[in-house]
Write a protein that binds this ligand. Structure first.
Ligand SMILES: [Zn+2]
Length: 223
């Protein structure tokens, strides 16, 4: 057993998503509210998340074998192999099972753990945290709130210098990246031009602008 000391890191790697520094892990998994950095685009109330329930047979119809293994059977992709491990483009990461946006590029950081790491999930209870005692470890599993797909685990108190001191260790296979330009297009379609503030038209103060102002604001102007 002279190689026994080599086996321990290998076993940990095989387990996947291990804590970077287990000595600082709390004895019991702490499930805490995540505080997101303030972002005006998140100010609107979050829509209710309607759970999606499908049989394994139904899931198999539109998931790849690898997606099914990780999302539905709580598998883990091999470290340092995931598509998004070293991916730092602006945009968002949606659930590969149901398309719900779960993470944003602003909270992604390079933890060097071999899997995509985020210090927070997107606001609005989009992910569910559940204590996981499998593989002889105490971890907190992270799943999609809509389709219950397995995403990975969340660790905290590792001292990685992130704003929340949390690390969402997520399988790339569980995620689909949406570039920022595509997100903007989606938002532009949602925001109808009816909400255009009238003040914009009066900013010019030229005769044209004044006419618009008189028509649109009905007597609020002092002559
Ligand atoms: Zn999902």
């Amino acid at each position: 057993m002279k190689n026994y000391h080599m086996l321990i890191p290998l076993l940990l790697l095989a387990a996947g998503c291990e804590a970077i520094d287990t000595s600082t892990l709390p004895a019991t998994p702490a499930v805490k509210e995540t505080t997101m950095p303030s972002d005006p685009s998140d100010a609107k109330p979050e829509p209710e998340i309607e759970p999606i329930e499908k049989s394994d047979e139904e899931w198999k119809k539109h998931l790849t074998e690898e997606e099914f293994y990780i999302l539905r059977q709580k598998g883990t992709e091999r470290a340092f192999t995931g598509e998004y491990d070293k991916h730092f483009e602006p945009g968002a990461y949606a659930c590969a099972g149901c398309g719900l946006i779960l993470f944003e590029s602003e909270t992604k950081f390079n933890s060097r753990c071999g899997w995509p790491a985020f210090y927070a999930a997107k606001a609005g209870n989009r992910v569910v945290q559940t204590p996981d005692y499998s593989l002889g470890m105490v971890r907190v599993e992270v799943t999609c709130a809509r389709c219950d797909g397995h995403l990975g685990h969340v660790f905290e108190g590792e001292g990685l210098g992130t704003p929340t001191d949390q690390r969402y260790c997520i399988n790339s296979v569980s995620l689909d990246f949406i570039p920022a330009e595509e997100l903007k297009k989606g938002m532009a379609e949602e925001a109808k031009p009816a909400a255009q503030p009238a003040a914009d038209a009066t900013a010019g103060k030229g005769p044209e602008a004044k006419k618009v102002e008189q028509e649109s604001t009905e007597g609020t102007e002092e002559e």
